[in-house]
Design a protein around this ligand. Structure first.
Ligand code: SAM
Length: 137
């Protein structure tokens, strides 16, 4: 029998495989960061360039909030393989640019392969309800 994690990740895998060819869906996903983006903006967090930023569960296109936060060293962690977009030339360029500036780690957040206290800022958006061990993460 499949675990709830396996069922959820099967859904996520299909979701992102469809998304990579769907410009309107990608725009919808970008818009879904509005609430967290507005919060970060209100806190003044978007006004700085950070040394290092980690997006935990950055999604199958590797976008997450990586496009919103300015950092010299950006990391995206997700158990899924990061896909190449083929949706629309302008959006593809936008995503390719994010991907080219990000180091992706294919891993579950329960086993993050990082030393402690190395990131200036970490975002984890719309992920904890997907995982087996949210408290550990
Ligand atoms: C709803 S998507 C959210 C993606 C992105 N954070 C965003 O806001 O667009 C949930 C993501 O969590 C990832 N995920 C699921 N279990 C995870 C885990 N244990 N550790 C890290 N990421 C996980 C999935 O692969 C998926 O990409």
């Amino acid at each position: 029998m499949k675990t709830s994690y396996e069922i959820a990740q099967n859904y996520e895998s299909n979701y992102w495989n469809n998304r990579k060819n769907d410009p309107v869906g990608i725009i919808h996903d970008l818009e879904s960061s509005y609430a967290i983006g507005a919060h970060l903006q209100a806190q003044g967090i978007l006004n700085f360039e950070y040394d290092s930023f980690l997006d935990v569960g950055c999604g199958g296109l590797g976008i997450g909030n990586l496009w919103l936060i300015n950092a010299k060293n950006k990391y995206g962690l997700d158990p899924l393989t990061i896909l190449i977009p083929q949706a629309n030339l302008l959006l593809d360029n936008f995503i390719n640019n994010i991907q080219s500036k990000t180091t992706y780690i294919k891993s579950k957040a329960e086993n993050m392969p990082f030393d402690k206290n190395i990131f200036d800022i970490i975002v984890c958006n719309n992920v904890l309800d997907h995982v087996d061990q949210p408290v550990q993460i």
